[in-house]
Design a protein around this ligand. Structure first.
Ligand code: DGT
Ligand code: MG
Length: 366
């Protein structure tokens, strides 16, 4: 029990995948500041800085109580000099001057607006800013060529920047299940991403699709997409073949059956209710949906890899590589010491191979 006036000292593991991080964050004043600086670093292609701020924020999210004094942070991992400076500023002044000046900066504002367009990343936004484009109005009149994704992103800008609710995610889940049932009986749909971790809102809805009989999932994605399209559920879709073989994150030795993953980036047309549509009253809204098809043999890895959070995933891979001499991806776990793949049919088995205590999805909100 804490004696009044004393300062609690925390003991926290250094990898986010060793910690239980629920959505109950006692330090959002600090993590909001660090997350904004992480986002700004990522928007400026400073990935190293971005990860450092993300790690610091994740550590604070895992603390059981609110931090009120710098002395409570003594001995904690993941807090670099820069992050500590930001934390100190917030604790002493209520806000971080660096965060405030970032928020006010013309460049940050423009990067936020432009990367808020589906299909626009930091590099494209930077190129546009250098051409004097800072907002959507200027972009529309700039004569810049937009690709199909960016055109759809601009058209549905407001809808896509409105958080998706759990109820909307569930409604889309029913549609995806219906699509999958219609094209291949026995197929399974699993909600992944932030909603699987218990988040109440998200920027998109992520689904994994598989079939209990290995190989049956081959060719499933185009059929699902064709069904959704025929029913008028898609405003945009782009299906890509599995990029696993080229991916930097994948294990060094890909197995031969690993070119089957397919991913569909889509924009759903979700009908809101039973109201009547009029010229001024739109009864549907656009929602970003990601569909991924996985063979059953890789499904546990896919579920683990697509549940997130992004930092939790990154830390799992770092743990696997640095502490276990293993390579983890959304497809497989390779043991570099034994020189073999480790098979798994559940997330629990994968944590066990990695020598980690099992962390359920609701506690992966690092
Ligand atoms: P949000 O923003 O509410 O949608 O939050 P999340 O956590 O659902 O984030 P999201 O949808 O960007 O990604 C969900 C998880 O999927 C993320 O933790 C990592 C994984 N993921 C996202 N993109 C890729 C990818 O290109 N390849 C692989 N292997 N995994 C990915
Ligand atoms: Mg998501």
């Amino acid at each position: 029990p804490q004696i009044s006036g004393s300062v609690a000292l925390f003991s926290v593991s250094s990898y986010a995948c060793q910690r239980r991080t629920t959505l109950d964050n006692h330090n959002s004043n600090l993590t909001d500041a660090l997350s904004l600086l992480a986002e700004n670093a990522e928007l400026n292609n400073e990935d190293g800085r971005g990860v450092a701020f993300r790690r610091a924020a994740a550590l604070l999210k895992a603390l059981p109580t609110q931090v009120i004094s710098m002395s409570q942070l003594r001995g904690l991992p993941c807090l670099g000099e820069h992050s500590l400076r930001v934390i100190k500023d917030v604790l002493e002044n209520g806000v971080s001057s660096e965060v405030e000046s970032t928020k006010q900066s013309k460049r940050y504002k423009a990067l936020k607006i432009l990367t808020g367009i589906f299909g626009v990343g930091a590099k494209t936004a930077d190129r546009w800013i250098r051409a004097g484009i800072y907002n959507l109005e200027q972009l529309r009149h700039s004569g810049q060529t937009l690709n199909r994704a960016q055109k759809a992103g601009l058209e549905h800008y407001d809808d896509l920047n409105e958080p998706v609710t759990k109820a909307e995610a569930d409604a889309i889940g029913e549609i995806v299940q219906k699509a999958v049932d219609s094209v291949l009986t026995g197929s399974q749909v699993a909600l992944s991403g932030g909603f699987r971790r218990g988040k109440l809102t998200g920027h998109d809805v992520d689904f994994l699709i598989t079939h209990p009989e290995e190989g049956k999932e081959v060719g499933l994605m185009p059929k699902v997409v064709a069904w959704l399209e025929s029913q008028g559920f898609l405003l945009y879709q782009k299906t890509t073949r599995n990029s696993y073989l080229e991916s930097k994150d994948g294990p060094a030795r890909p197995a031969s059956n690993m070119d089957r993953f397919e991913r569909c980036f889509s924009i759903f047309k979700l009908t809101k209710g039973k109201e009547q549509e009029t010229a001024s009253h739109k009864i549907w809204r656009a929602v970003r949906v990601d569909l991924v098809v996985s063979p059953i043999s890789q499904f546990a890895f896919a579920v683990l890899g697509w549940t997130g959070s992004k930092l939790f995933e990154r830390e799992l891979r770092r743990w696997a590589g640095h502490e276990k001499n293993m390579s983890l991806s959304s497809h497989a776990l390779f043991d570099n010491t034994q020189n073999k793949y480790l098979r798994a049919t559940s997330e629990e088995e994968i944590f066990a191979y990695l020598g980690l205590e099992y962390i359920p999805p609701s506690e992966r909100n690092a």
